[in-house]
Design a protein around this ligand. Structure first.
Ligand code: B12
Length: 212
């Protein structure tokens, strides 16, 4: 199946079609990267654009998101072929009030693919839960994702809570998500920002001083 067909399946929320399309594309030697960056992500982007213009609605976004997830499940083993030894540990989650998890999951897969152990706290994670997870797991990196301008501030609140708990210096904070910028990362005192999943994995290594 062609990249266009996978794009159409994600765009139209056809989870079975997306899954089958990815399997067929992989069998005909299309790379996982091409499937992701030339079909799946542009399809979700177009859904978002049409939502913004009032031409698509939440249920349609949701079924497209499910189709995207179905495609990602097939790609997962290829994106996350784990190294034999973990290069570091990452605790990550989507911040409080925010339910978007496709981007976070993708970043998690890329991190695993780069050899990190990833502990995923899920979505709508309150600051205190991030702090508890840092205490319990002693990760090298705390990754936070936010997709809404209204939930970005939860990143700052989480950093404040880490400080309050006396664990801020024990972990590097890496943030990302569509509304996040390097400027915002500087402003709230995060250690790093990356605009997408592959640069996120690179940034994680850079933060730990690992040669790439
Ligand atoms: C799918 C989707 C949904 C789905 C989410 C399903 C799911 N399981 O995730 C549903 C339908 C539930 C949803 C709900 C809502 N959504 Co919505 N949604 C989207 C949509 C279309 C796609 C997001 C996505 O998955 N993109 C694909 C992934 C791969 O990209 P990504 O998330 O940006 O992640 C990449 C990078 O940002 C980065 N990254 C992400 N996280 C991290 C973390 C780290 C550490 C790093 C390094 C990098 C990184 O790497 C990722 C991979 O490359 C976007 C539009 C868009 N173009 O973004 C709107 C969008 C984010 N949603 C929006 C809105 C308004 C909402 C709702 C408020 C709608 C409503 N009125 O109810 C609710 C909020 C629900 C909530 N409380 O969270 C707006 C946000 C506007 C704003 N500026 O705040 C957007 C931008 C749509 C729009 N254009 O208006 N949504």
């Amino acid at each position: 199946m062609s990249l266009e067909a996978i794009y159409e399946a994600v765009f139209n929320g056809d989870a079975q079609g997306a899954e089958a399309g990815v399997q067929t594309a992989l069998a005909t030697s299309t790379s996982a990267d091409d499937i992701l960056y030339k079909a799946c992500i542009p399809a979700m982007g177009e859904v978002g654009r049409l939502f913004e213009e009032g031409e698509k609605f939440i249920p349609e976004m949701l079924i497209s998101a499910r189709a995207m997830q179905a495609a990602l499940n097939v790609l997962k083993p290829l994106l996350a072929q784990e190294g034999s030894r973990a290069v570091g540990k990452v605790v990550m989650g989507t911040v409080q009030g925010d339910l978007h998890d496709i981007g976070k999951n993708l970043v998690g897969m890329m991190l695993k693919g780069s050899g990190f152990e990833v502990i995923d706290l899920g979505t709508d994670v309150p600051p205190q839960r991030f702090v508890d997870a840092v205490r319990e797991n002693a990760p090298d990196i705390l990754g936070m994702s936010a997709l809404l301008t209204t939930t970005m501030s939860a990143m700052e609140a989480t950093i404040a809570e880490l400080q309050e708990a006396g664990v801020r210096d024990q972990v590097k904070v890496l943030i990302g998500g569509a509304p996040i910028t390097q400027k915002y990362a500087n402003q709230i005192g995060a250690d790093g920002y990356a605009p997408d999943a592959s640069s996120g994995a690179r940034k994680a290594k850079e933060l730990l001083g690992i040669a790439q």
